[in-house]
Design a binder for this molecule. Structure first.
Ligand code: NAD
Length: 484
């Protein structure tokens, strides 16, 4: 018996108004295990009526929730977190089954780190200044209203946490439409809200396709804000729809993030693990993946040897095998996309240093597996260097001068993430010249309270910590220095 079997009856329902309820349509969407190709669960193919019912529930619940004192909201969220933590094994196993996330990586990135993030929001919301005295006025931070959250498949819980938790803590109500390809952990999250006795209608889940359920969230006039994470193309078209009713829009989109290795660092070995973890773990299906490695031309041969030596440390295979670091791609569609980019790289004249054109499932293994792939001799104007591949594919680009390295790093429509590796002071100086919302220096860890988000085509708005909480608020100025 799988750890998540007890939750299976939830998967085929919507969570609306505090209850598990049938969709208005009997149609279902199958959920495939990308390692075995077994269709192991089904979700409703959510309808416009489902979304409208969920939005009505959230709209009705809004006045009471926004009037609920912050301390009460925080206490409820803490209770939710305890219930959610009790579901830990089910979360890990479900992410292995629906996404193909290897269990060791999944336990950390898809589960425990998300608990840390939730706790951080509960703590940080106390530091948000909800009321401020100005010279002749009081400025008040208020909730935006009903928030429609639309999330992608690559970090199923993580992307939901970044939206639903801060939205609720700041007094908004929520309708969530998760990705139809990894929708299951969202269901058990809703069950944790139910068990924590969240008031009915505060948080609602509609499973279904983006083109129908997602699109209706953007159109429904009672929705005040759309918080979207996904591809740049969908984000842009969704925003155009949402602007018809002048909704607040927050977008977390794609990336093509650079990792610059500076010439003066004597030993690049410590830089390999953070780079490979970023581009290979989660099968490279990470928006912040460092997909362009920018290195001094004079040290290219040394770099190629290092990369080749260490790529063996990233075994691919069955996500339930604890030794495996890389599982399958999340779906056939993602497999085909990444495969076509590897074929394109060869056609464009890049040299395959590691990996090969992936074989279709059945040749050796059943699932959508792709070996970690490294292209060298890449020019930044090649499509493999410009477009988001969203797979375990690294492009190595050589430069002559540090100015050229910075120019290559910034020569992208995106600006989500970057890393600069080198002597600390030099790396800090280069970091300030990079156009990205996040820049890591050497082996620096992430700070969960720092803002996360992109420049340029990588998005609008910030998630995480106080800035992420404030994203779900709007400002009211009250001119209260009256004479009577
Ligand atoms: P996607 O844009 O295809 O889908 C994202 C969500 O939008 C899904 O829930 C989908 O059902 C929904 N959707 C699709 N079409 C829609 C429409 N017409 N109207 C409304 N909703 C619609 O993205 P994906 O393939 O699920 O995710 C991968 C993308 O997400 C990558 O580009 C990645 O970089 C990006 N991403 C960004 C971040 C970030 O924080 N910046 C994080 C994770 C993923």
């Amino acid at each position: 018996m799988a750890s998540y079997d007890v939750f299976k009856p939830l998967f085929t329902n919507q969570f609306i108004g505090g209850e598990w309820t049938a969709s208005s349509s009997p149609n279902r969407i199958a959920v495939e295990n990308p390692a075995t190709l077994e269709k192991f669960a089904e979700i409703p193919d959510g309808t416009v009526e489902d979304i409208d019912r969920a939005v009505d529930a959230a709209y009705e619940a809004l006045p009471a929730w926004r009037a609920t004192p912050l301390e009460k909201r925080r206490a409820l969220m803490q209770r939710f977190l305890e219930h959610f933590k009790a579901m830990r094994q089910a979360i890990i196993d479900l992410e292995a089954a629906e996404l193909g996330a290897p269990i060791a990586f999944g336990a950390n990135a898809h589960c425990d780190y998300q608990f840390v993030r939730i706790q951080s929001y509960i703590d940080e919301v106390e530091k948000v200044v909800f009321e401020e005295s100005f010279e002749h006025s009081t400025v008040i931070r208020e909730p935006v209203g009903v928030v429609g959250c639309i999330t992608p498949w690559n970090y199923p819980i993580g992307q939901i946490v970044q939206k639903v938790i801060p939205a609720l803590l700041t007094g908004n109500t929520v309708v969530l439409k998760p990705s139809q390809s990894t929708p299951l952990t969202a269901c058990i999250m809703m069950e944790a809200f139910r068990l924590a006795d969240f008031p009915k209608g505060i948080v609602n889940l509609v499973s279904g396709r983006g083109s129908r359920a997602g699109a209706e969230l953007a159109l429904n006039p009672k929705v005040a804000m759309i918080s979207f994470t996904g591809s740049t193309a969908v984000g842009v078209s969704l925003s155009q729809q949402a602007l018809k009713t002048v909704k607040r829009i927050s977008l977390e989109l794609g990336g093509k993030s650079p990792c610059v290795w500076l010439p003066d660092l004597p030993d690049y070995r410590p830089a390999i693990k953070p780079l490979f973890n970023s581009i290979f773990l989660n099968s490279g299906q990470t928006c912040t993946a460092l997909s362009r490695l920018i290195v001094p031309k004079a040290r290219l041969t040394e770099v190629e040897k290092l990369l080749l030596d260490h790529v063996k440390d990233y075994p691919v295979g069955d996500p339930f095998d604890p030794k495996v670091l890389i599982g399958p791609m999340a779906s056939r569609q993602q497999f085909e996309t990444v495969k076509s980019y590897i074929e394109l790289g060869v056609k464009e004249g890049a040299r395959l240093l590691a990996g090969s054109i992936p074989e279709e499932p059945g040749a050796h293994e059943k699932g959508w597996f792709i070996q970690p792939t490294i292209f060298t001799n890449v020019k930044n104007d090649m499509r493999i260097a410009r477009e988001e591949i969203f797979g375990p594919v690294l492009c190595v680009i050589a430069y002559d001068t540090v100015d050229e390295a910075v120019a290559i790093a910034n020569d992208t429509p995106y600006g989500l993430n970057a890393m600069v590796v080198g002597p600390k002071a030099e790396a800090q100086a280069v970091a300030r010249r990079i156009n990205a919302g996040n820049v890591y220096i050497n082996d620096a860890p992430r700070d969960v309270t720092a803002p996360f988000g992109g420049y340029g085509a990588s998005g609008i708005g910030r998630e995480g910590g106080r800035y992420g909480l404030m994203e779900f608020t709007q400002l009211k100025a009250v001119f209260d220095h009256s004479t009577y």
